[in-house]
Write a protein that binds this ligand. Structure first.
Ligand code: HEC
Ligand code: HEC
Length: 467
């Protein structure tokens, strides 16, 4: 029986459900309540640890980092260094924190340095992941004492953060976001562990005490979503990228380096070394999936495909997807090469090209992240929504299980809500309350930067939780 709590009305009373927050500028900042700048630096540096990032940021005179190229340069993984022990891999679809920002026209750039298989100095493990829009760079290094991987989030501010009108899409999605950073804050796993950008949920998915791992779900050739002039899919994505960005640099990397040197096999090797033999959980078997999808595309012309077509074409993909849907793994990448809707992609590519050529001002640039496929089954296959038609317990697992399960750290407040356990009335109430908040609220669940629920899914879940 439901216990009434403040702010939570039973589902039968007509309380309007929050709509999807279409304007991304209204999404909450997951680190709204965190310390920043120098105060954060002191908190971080007071913790034990010995790695490349701490050398830099915890030095008596830390360098002022003001842009992505400078950050890459400082860590030895800049444009000019690519080759040999250093590589560049760029993806047009991500299942990581910034997933809803990443597409071929706003890709995620990973530059990295390989460590030696025997972990001998002086070559240390480094990777920097960057996508425009989120005002962050994600970093991983290895601690010299315990040889563990250490994940860090670097968050930066731009002049627009202090302007009256705030940041516009043009400030966040153009070269403007790659330099002139005004404040940089560095967070470690401890700072982030009970936030919605917790790194460990995916990089230590079996919880405290188990191996940490770096990830690349499409680990093997043909690496379905990675820009690369050596695969058919990779070339397509590279063309989509170039149509918007032309010869401009992106993510600190020149157009030439992106076209000629971006290569997913580099990250494959780096990931295998870095994980010291730990496999990718629930790997996306790119070779088999692409083969099965290719046959499917040929057999079913666009117009003849039912809405849920994408879920049924690759048996190999479907197995991996089902494991994720049952809460056994993080969401798997989309089975097709492109995650973009052709019309939306054309419109945003046109807008970006016009901006690049000076016909559109930075203030006028639309939100070019808004290019994803609309079909609700496609969105479920991308990990951005739950599958239409599921019953409430299945929605709960697919929408919430990634962060609220039995494997993760039981000592966090987050763990009080756990989809693997019988839910108490108090937890059901707390969940209903969170499900009724607008996505712009930091406490709204699921967090909008991860996924959104359709009105039907939300209603089904709330009604079931109210029983
Ligand atoms: C929802 C799961 C998820 C979360 C949360 C997550 N990552 Fe990742 N991360 C991934 C996946 C998957 C990849 C592979 C590339 C991709 O899909 O974008 C990745 C890639 C990376 C990479 C590039 C090196 C590699 O592992 O391939 C870095 C660096 C990284 N993540 C750092 C972080 C940091 C720092 C955090 C916390 C702030 C974090 N990640 C949170 C899933 C996640
Ligand atoms: C990306 C990770 C993530 C996903 C997905 C997610 N949550 Fe959360 N949730 C969190 C974090 C982090 C907290 C702790 C911070 C807070 O209270 O907001 C939390 C807290 C909660 C709490 C409060 C627990 C307590 O007793 O303090 C409830 C209830 C909750 N979530 C429900 C849900 C529901 C329901 C869903 C799915 C519809 C969901 N969450 C999906 C990360 C997530």
């Amino acid at each position: 029986m439901l216990v009434a709590v403040a702010g939570c009305a039973p589902a039968s009373e007509e309380v309007p459900l929050p709509a999807e927050v279409a304007d991304r500028m209204a999404w909450p900042d997951p680190l709204e309540h965190a310390l920043s700048g120098e105060a954060q630096r002191q908190q971080l540096c007071a913790r034990a640890g010995d790695d490349v990032l701490r050398d830099l940021f915890c030095a008596a005179e830390p360098p002022a980092i003001t842009g992505i190229a400078q950050l890459q340069e400082t860590l030895g993984v800049a444009d000019a260094d690519i080759g040999g022990l250093r590589g560049l891999s760029i993806t047009a679809h991500s299942t990581a924190v910034g997933a809803r920002s990443v597409s071929a026209i706003n890709p995620r750039v990973v530059s990295f340095q390989l460590e030696r298989p025997d972990l001998t100095p002086p070559v240390e493990l480094v990777a920097v992941a960057f996508v425009r829009g989120d005002q962050t760079a994600e970093l991983v290094v290895r601690d010299r004492e315990d040889r563990e991987l250490r994940f860090y989030l670097l968050k930066y501010r731009q002049p627009c953060n202090d302007a009256a009108e705030g940041c516009l899409p043009g400030d966040l999605l153009s070269p403007a976001t790659e330099s002139d950073w005004t404040e940089v804050s560095l967070y470690d796993e401890e700072d982030l562990k009970n936030t919605t950008v917790d790194c460990r949920q995916c990089h230590q998915p079996d919880g405290p005490g188990t191996p940490k791992l770096v990830r690349m779900q499409e680990l093997k050739t043909p690496w379905t979503h990675w820009l690369f002039n050596g695969t058919a899919g990779g070339r397509l994505l590279l063309e989509d990228f170039r149509a918007a960005h032309g010869d401009q640099t992106y993510g600190g990397m020149s157009a030439e380096v992106i076209t000629q040197r971006a290569n997913p096999s580099g990250l494959e090797l780096w990931v295998e070394y870095a994980n010291l033999g730990v496999n990718q959980p629930n790997e996306f078997a790119a070779m088999a999936i692409e083969a099965e999808m290719a046959v499917a595309w040929e057999q079913a012309p666009d117009a003849e495909r039912p809405e849920d077509w994408v879920l049924h074409q690759s048996a190999t993909w479907r197995q991996a997807y089902e494991r994720a849907r049952r809460g056994e793994a993080i969401p798997v990448p989309f089975p097709g090469v492109r995650v973009t809707d052709p019309d939306k992609l054309a419109a945003m590519t046109g807008a970006y090209a016009a901006f690049r050529e000076g016909q559109l001002s930075q203030d006028e640039l639309p939100d070019i992240r808004d290019v994803f496929l609309e079909d609700p089954y496609d969105r479920a296959a991308m990990g951005f929504a739950t599958e239409p038609g599921l019953d409430a317990p299945a929605i709960l697992v697919q929408a919430c299980g990634q962060c609220h399960n039995d494997r993760l750290d039981p000592d966090l407040s987050r763990a009080r809500f756990n989809v693997d356990r019988e839910l108490s009335d108090a937890q059901r109430n707390a969940a209903i309350e969170r499900l009724r908040l607008p996505g712009s609220d930091l406490l709204a669940m699921p967090p909008v930067h991860v996924r959104s629920l359709s009105p039907e899914a939300r209603t089904t879940l709330i009604e079931w939780l109210s029983e």
